[in-house]
Write a protein that binds this ligand. Structure first.
Ligand SMILES: Cc1cc2nc3c(=O)[nH]c(=O)nc-3n(C[C@H](O)[C@H](O)[C@H](O)COP(=O)(O)OP(=O)(O)OC[C@H]3O[C@@H](n4cnc5c(N)ncnc54)[C@H](O)[C@@H]3O)c2cc1C
Ligand code: SF4
Length: 349
């Protein structure tokens, strides 16, 4: 009997990998540690996705339905992998629910962890209730409750969005750019303006990285159509005068200190390596790259390969990725398994 492919993580990347394998009749077993599939877009309650504008619950929910309706895919939620031994084509796997399985190969789609803003205390999160994260604003919109100040439920009249929170910040050991937060913030700013036309929204940035085609649809549109204001600044601190939140910093274009009051401050949080990565690396015997994401080898050849033959990786497990790229990588990893690319590449050749 054909052995299944083990897929770890039921987010966009894992769902794509399971779907690809299922379409060619290959069995897989999808292991998800949480009680539901869908990854960050579903588990964290994202609203309308960049760049399609589709609601996450519809777009990613559709991917979940497709996989749960596929008889080739066995889903185990609330489960993790506790041991993984063997060689390509012949792995022995133990799961936290006590189940033992044999697997042909493994694809790690274990994603990322949202940056915890309490690690940036000078910017007010955890101290002031009305300092929130982009994920919280996504949840306010997707729940249908609207964007409100958590302290008293009022509609904010002035919102500041601070970019690069937990990214591009050497002081707290996070040098990487999280890739999608500029675009997500521009998108959320437009959503806030649409819902609350009297609310002024300011985006404080170091650089704007609405890369590729997103520049027109998000950066320019948010300014020209939605009147979102962008301030190039270095933020020093977020405090309160007892009534308003006060954002203090330096406008780095005119090189002057700025102190502006707001009702709500939003941290555009970045993508950290999955907190489970040290354990995942030890269980699967694979290497992590220098920042703590799962190392992917030979990007021009054996796409999706890790340091261990027969173990592949896809999506935000490898570093900050968008949903569409994570999905593409999930499909690519399935293809790598199918085409028997488990052999390590001879780097001396
Ligand atoms: C605020 C915010 C908004 C965003 N909005 C967008 C957007 O609009 N458009 C866009 O393209 N991208 C967006 N992104 C990026 C998006 O979240 C990622 O691209 C996407 O979630 C990556 O999918 P993934 O499957 O690789 O990982 P994840 O979504 O992180 O899924 C990983 C899954 O693996 C599970 N898992 C983790 N560890 C284990 C383990 N040890 N065992 C078993 N299961 C495990 C997790 O529970 C999770 O279900 C946003 C990011 C942030 C921070
Ligand atoms: S995408 Fe934008 S907000 Fe996110 S880390 Fe990069 S520059 Fe900062």
């Amino acid at each position: 009997m054909t052995k299944p492919i083990l897929i770890v993580g039921g987010g966009p990347a894992g769902l794509a990998a399971a779907h690809s394998l299922g379409t060619v009749g290959r069995p897989s077993i999808l292991i998800e540690k949480e009680d539901a599939l869908g990854g960050a877009p579903i588990l964290s309650g994202y609203a309308k996705l960049v760049p399609t504008g589709e609601w996450a619950k519809d777009a990613i929910g559709g991917m979940v339905d497709r996989v749960t309706g596929d008889s080739n895919v066995k889903v185990r939620t609330g489960t993790t992998v506790t041991s993984f031994d063997g060689t390509p084509g012949n792995f022995n796997v133990e799961l936290s629910n006590g189940e033992k399985i044999d697997a042909e190969a493994a694809i790690l789609c274990s994603g990322f962890t949202h940056f915890d803003s309490v690690n940036k205390p000078e910017w007010g999160f955890g101290t002031y209730e009305d300092v929130v994260t982009t994920t919280q604003v996504e949840q306010m919109i997707s729940s249908g409750n609207g964007v409100r100040c958590p302290s008293d439920g009022r509609e904010p009249k002035r919102v500041a969005m601070l970019l690069c929170v937990g990214s591009r910040d050497r002081q707290i050991g996070r040098e990487w750019c999280s890739k999608i937060c500029c675009t997500v913030s521009s998108n959320l700013a437009m959503e806030i303006r649409e819902e609350l036309p009297d609310c002024h929204v300011y985006i404080y940035y170091m650089d704007i990285r609405t890369y590729g085609l997103y520049e027109t649809k998000y950066y320019w549109r948010s300014q020209e159509e939605f009147k979102v204001k962008y301030i190039k600044a270095r933020i020093a601190e977020v405090t309160s005068d007892g009534e308003k939140l006060i954002v203090k910093g330096e406008d780095t274009l005119v090189k002057r200190p700025i102190t502006i009051p707001f009702d709500m401050v939003v941290h555009a949080i970045g993508m950290d390596p999955n907190v489970d990565n040290p354990e995942i690396a030890s269980t699967f015997g694979i290497d992590l790259e220098t920042h703590g994401f799962v190392g992917s080898e030979n990007k021009y050849g054996a796409m999706a390969a890790t340091s261990r033959p027969g173990v592949f990786v896809a999506g935000a497990a490898t570093g900050p990725e968008t949903i569409d790229d994570s999905i593409a990588q999930g499909h690519a990893a399935a293809m790598a398994v199918l085409s028997g690319m488990q052999e390590p590449v001879d780097k001396s050749a």
